[in-house]
Design a protein. Sequence first.
Length: 325
Amino acid sequence: MRELDVDTELMLAAFENDPTRPRVVAIGGGHGMAQVLRGAIGYAGTLSAIVTVADDGGSSGRLAPALDIPPPGDIRKCLVAMSPDETVWRRLFEYRFEASDVGGHSLGNLILASLADIEGEFDAALRAAQRLLGAVGEVIPVCGNRLVLVAKRNGEEFRGQAVITKTVGPFDEIRVTPEASANPRALAAIAAADQIVLGPGSLFTSTIATLAVPGIVGAIEDSKASVVYVANLYTQDGETLGMDIADHLGALLRLAGVRPPNAIVAHNEGFDIPAPHTALEVDVSILETFGVHVVLDDIVDASMDWPQHDAVKLGNVLSQLVTYL
């Protein structure tokens, strides 16, 4: 199989409504999910990102409650990931103010908030942003309103994504409040999918937070799609310190109640990472007790100061799993 590329021409060619290409749905949030989307562009016929709305940190945490909109940060990252490189609009959506009264805000977040006010609803704002960016897929907030993430550990309750991220897990329960139901567009995308990708991303505050919205897990259970879990590369300060990949998978199944994935994709070699973080350990024999197919491959972009998933390498692995599973 030839290696996939993610340049602008291929992005456009990949989305010509070719019925032979798979319908891919990614679920979660954060930088890792953006890499999945970039990688999937080269082989997907349709591409949907179902994104958490429980982010209450940073720019999103300031804008969402003030303007009563879903937190725009992860949504913006996904829109940018599915848009052509080096366009003015992409650079604008990625621009972050460093100082002044808007210091810390991403301009893309402010544009999404402005579009929501102009259009009168956030879904219309998303469609407008997609047109501006030339994004090839669709971004779907997991539900229509912002949610608060709640975690319990040893009887103690922790509220809010920003708090939970800094709290040492694992947790006994993850839920969202207030009561919510999944976005009908998310349920429709899952029902039509050929491949569902969970992760990578913050285990408790992105992946499980999205699956915790009522209706999502049931839709995955009913789907005929293959499910692939892309493992994180290293432990996350706070919530997953001391956990290995088997612990991640066990928490995903126990707390989200989702069916075991058909496959789990993990990096196959070591890499340098600043302490106290460590590369996630992989024990294939333990992972196979979950009944999953384990794929170990080089999926790291080691050129970054902090290792991250390489979109092209990851896309190649995921594309091969479409036909294998």
